[in-house]
Design a protein around this ligand. Structure first.
Ligand code: GLC
Length: 439
């Protein structure tokens, strides 16, 4: 596939996965609307249908909770789709959940301001102002919710309460945190009786993909158990903060939030609206607070447990995300760029692996534990460009498009041999191919 062929096919993928006002990640395994997927997808649409890109974002707003939270999933009302997930989350338990759509009760990386600004750049000035004015109150409510509910001590870093909020579902630091708690008895019994092997056969994802490339069934049950605990507390942040096992200042999420704070400020200033003082003060703290996640000894950034303040010493793709935040010094950026060149870290044949090549967790095709994803590549690419690392950015762009030309619009790719893995045709891969191709 040459470049114009990639762009043509990428448009066809988005049209194929389009459900009118929003786009599924892929038909079948992922039939619902996901928050960060729709942000990347909207950026893709903006390259050939700005109106449709705008609709993708507006459709996300229908899922926003009355307290400002933007849920990581809005369930498709389609009767053919499984009712199991809406039931599992049961968002109606919260007084803040919307009445007319079922959603999950957690959020995902906050890239809405990013998508809105990207789309805005493709609009005329008057169109842009109208669009920005429409979405701004929702963005303000979302970022305010993040700081008010998830930064209880007002220190500038928000806390995540479920691994899925990172978007990197089974990323090693969160799996380490999950395994450090003893398993509930019912999961131990399932494991002992080897019933997990039977459950594996009922899983939707492993019917379509090799089981050893996905999270294990026991891990999936543990993830389900975390969801169940949040549901029992009706997604009430105070109750969750008081009792949860998982309170983590996640590096990936906070770096993304910091960049999106800046983009939100730009959006507000373009339409001459002042942001609330409490939000501005949290935003200002955030950039400095990111520095606390730097470990002098290893010269790496890490996520941190909120209670013990211990780092979770597992480098992953999150290690590079402060580049995207734009909030670190040039000296720190240089340190991160060195990691891209190191063969024990991120210098894979098809960069950027989601876990360093020398990590004991690395597997070139296992979900979020080593393969290359187009969305994390784009985030690092964007950060590199803003810090002036044009050569490194260009390499990531070239290799990302090469992956698609070689293997198609897969969910993710082996970082070693470039073969496609996961589901296909995957919407954000197509969307980001358009974004990179037009860059
Ligand atoms: C998986 C991914 C998550 C994504 C979702 C839909 O759960 O880990 O990041 O949003 O699929 O594509």
């Amino acid at each position: 596939m040459n470049m114009s062929e990639i762009a043509k096919q990428a448009e066809a993928v988005l049209k194929h996965n389009d459900l009118g006002n929003w786009t599924r990640p892929v038909p079948g395994v992922y039939p619902h609307q996901w928050l960060w997927d729709s942000c990347f997808i909207a950026m893709g649409w903006a390259n050939f249908n700005v109106k449709r890109a705008e609709t993708e974002i507006l459709s996300l707003l229908r899922g926003q909770w009355r307290n400002g939270m933007m849920p990581h999933m809005i369930f498709s009302g389609d009767r053919d789709n499984s009712k199991h997930l809406p039931k599992m989350w049961d968002s109606r338990l919260s007084p803040y959940a919307p009445d007319d759509v079922a959603t999950s009760g957690i959020t995902q990386p906050p890239l809405v301001a990013q998508a809105v600004s990207y789309i805005g750049q493709k609009m005329s000035a008057s169109q842009r102002k109208r669009f920005y004015k429409k979405v701004l109150p929702h963005l303000v409510a979302y970022h305010t919710w993040l700081y008010e509910e998830r930064d209880p001590h007002n220190q500038g870093l928000v806390i995540l309460i479920h691994p899925w909020e990172t978007g990197l579902d089974d990323t090693p630091p969160w799996m380490e945190a999950m395994h450090s708690h003893s398993k509930p008895l019912w999961i131990k019994l399932i494991e002992l009786s080897r019933a997990d092997k039977i459950i594996e056969k009922l899983r939707r994802d492993t019917r379509q993909m090799p089981a050893d490339e996905r999270a294990s069934t026991v891990e999936s049950l543990m993830l389900y158990n975390i969801t169940r605990r949040l549901r029992r507390k009706a997604y009430d942040s105070d109750k969750i903060m008081a009792h949860s096992h998982f309170l983590i200042e996640d590096l990936f999420f906070n770096a993304i939030l910091i960049r999106n704070n800046q983009l939100l400020k730009n959006i507000a200033s373009e339409v001459r609206v002042s942001l609330p003082n409490n939000l501005l003060s949290s935003m200002n703290k955030a950039s400095k607070a990111l520095d606390e996640l730097w470990d002098d000894k290893s010269e790496l950034y890490f996520s941190r447990y909120f209670i013990s303040r211990d780092f979770i010493l597992q480098p992953t793709i999150a290690t590079l995300m402060p580049l995207y935040s734009g909030a670190i010094t040039k000296k720190r950026a240089e340190k991160l760029v060195e990691l891209l060149h190191r063969h024990d870290m991120f210098a894979a044949n098809y960069p950027i692996p989601t876990v360093p090549l020398s990590s004991p967790h690395f597997h070139h095709r296992r979900y979020w534990q080593g393969p290359t994803w187009l969305n994390t590549n784009w985030l690092v690419y964007d950060g590199l460009l803003r810090y002036g690392y044009l050569e490194e950015a260009e390499l990531i762009k070239r290799k990302s498009l090469e992956l698609i030309a070689k293997s198609g619009f897969h969910e993710y790719f082996s970082s070693v041999d470039g073969y496609g893995a996961g589901v296909v045709p995957f919407s954000w891969t197509a969307a980001l191919a358009l974004v990179l191709e037009k860059a």
